[in-house]
Write a protein of this length. Structure first.
Length: 133
């Protein structure tokens, strides 16, 4: 059966400390199902970004992030572990306050509970809309 990733809803908020540097938080949840098996994760991470300011409508950026992720796997596993990662992307300005954001995000976390001992390397490609208040 096909893995259903239809309930993925990340939310990110950033505050610009300078024109190029922002700090923020990312909250993310993911529900998955394959037949009778359900699993889910929820994470909250802090992040620091550096934006390479340009005169054009495209702004590249890089950043680091870290926090915690809560993992539920049917009746087999329930744990909370730390996360650490890096990300980068491009913001495409479509107005003075609105951008389209394309981001690659790498996160690593390790599970060492009960019979589960695993290091998870996660790579996400994210597209979104940003609005500057």
């Amino acid at each position: 059966e096909i893995l259903n990733l239809g309930n993925h809803r990340p939310v990110t908020m950033n505050y610009f400390v300078t024109d190029a540097v922002s700090i923020g938080a990312n909250v993310n949840g993911l529900l998955m199902s394959t037949g009778d098996t359900n699993a889910g994760t929820a994470s909250i991470e802090g992040q620091l970004r550096y934006h390479f300011m340009t005169d054009g409508d495209v702004v590249p950026y890089i950043g680091v992030h870290g926090g915690v992720i809560m993992i539920e796997l049917a009746d087999e596993l329930s744990t909370t572990v730390g996360t650490l990662g890096a990300h980068g992307g491009f913001k495409f300005f479509i107005s003075e306050r609105t951008t389209v954001d394309l981001q690659g995000r790498y996160t690593r976390y390790e599970i060492g509970e009960d019979d589960v001992d695993a290091a998870i390397d996660e790579l996400k490609m994210i597209a979104g809309i940003n609005y500057k208040f």
